[in-house]
Design a binder for this molecule. Sequence first.
Ligand code: URP
Ligand code: ZN
Ligand code: ZN
Length: 460
Amino acid sequence: MSLLVKNAEIVTADQRYKADIWCAGETITAIGPNLPAPAGAEVIDATGKYVFPGFIDPHVHIYLPFMGTFAKDTYPTASRAALVGGTTSLIEMVCPARSDDPVESYELWKSKAAGQSACDYAFHFGVSRFNEKTPDELKKIVADGTASFKVFLAYKGTFNLDDTELYRTLELAKRWGIIVTAHCENAEMVSQLQQKLIAEGKTGTEWHEPSRPPVVEAEGVHHLATFAGLTGAHVYVVHTSCCDALREAQAAHNRGVRMWIESVIPHFLFDRSYAEKPNFEGAKYVMSPPLREKRHQEQLWNALQTGFISTVATDHAPFDFKGQKEMGRNDFTKIPNGIPSIEDRVNLLYTYGVCKGRIDLHRFVDAASTQAARIFGLFPRKGTIQLGSDADLVVYDPAYRGNISAKTQQMNVDYSAFEGWPLAGRPSAVTVRGKIQVRDGKFVGDQKLGQMLKREPTHG
Ligand code: URP
Ligand code: ZN
Ligand code: ZN
């Protein structure tokens, strides 16, 4: 397998230049002008296109038992969707319930991916309880190459840790050099507010946001930051939605806490009015933390532009409107939370970030690829275009014009939250380790090509 990309305008997090890229096998083996095309090599002419490093989505749910149902995608469907949209590596959250055995759960999640993924993948391991057996269990998981944890401060009774467990998890993570990703909403506050609203007859989708207001998220970030400060652990706040949470993160940085911030594409593009749509349409936009008042979006874009928000992920969590979201028709607390977007993240960030002048091309690549690689121990194998890196390349056509539609999407879910949204660019070719997996919006590759990416702890 050999691949030559001719006439590329290469754009990485910090460079932009014209060259050809030669991949003799799975990695990039030469970059330079006028490279010859040996007989038998695949050749892509990238004239007029950008060539970006493969994009990385560091927060994805594929196998997810949650809120009385299961997320709809499988590895075949989610990995194809990822690739068509330019994402060549994803990191899935392993989310065992408190009562589940951690190592068995880890093996179960791995079995859903093994031999079924078209893109490369890794895992964050969800620590949903901590007892005397936990360090030995986690040691096995880390030794297998899963060098990041996930904790939930939200979802009372299923995923959330108490403070003793949180402290012990972070203390262990610090000792082992493991970064801990965290869903920061105070579970008890959410539970109390949900009960109050439902008792008042406030059952519609418009009450989801008031049941978890910005202060609940800000408290979560503050709580995590305090524990991280005491233990010295490195932490990563997932799906940050509001300026109140950003302020807490800024204060934590000022105190020297090592905290990275992720936001997800729905929070940049939707405000809470989407979750207030009539006739239960709002259910398509129920996720947690919830969509916020419009004023928060401006702050998220500003924080992304400065790099305070390191990464843009999806929190892809696909539940059908029919039969799944409908479980909460008479009670918003029963709507499975999640907005699917693994297929659309890169194109949306390009169209509504770069083309609207909110971020430049380098920040785009950095936030959607390079930072995830750096933070989660994949750099420079992933996240850049340089000699020796995996030949994960996105040949991107800025002249493409089209619209998002559930009718044409690869994601296995019956709606698109972005139905009809115009796009001003899309990948015209996507490669994974030198193999062409996508051409012009179509998956044309090897469904079983994806490998699990084993990672070492890098946060010591
Ligand atoms: O609404 C969300 N975010 N659903 C997926 C589970 C989670 O909290 O990440
Ligand atoms: Zn979450
Ligand atoms: Zn999530």
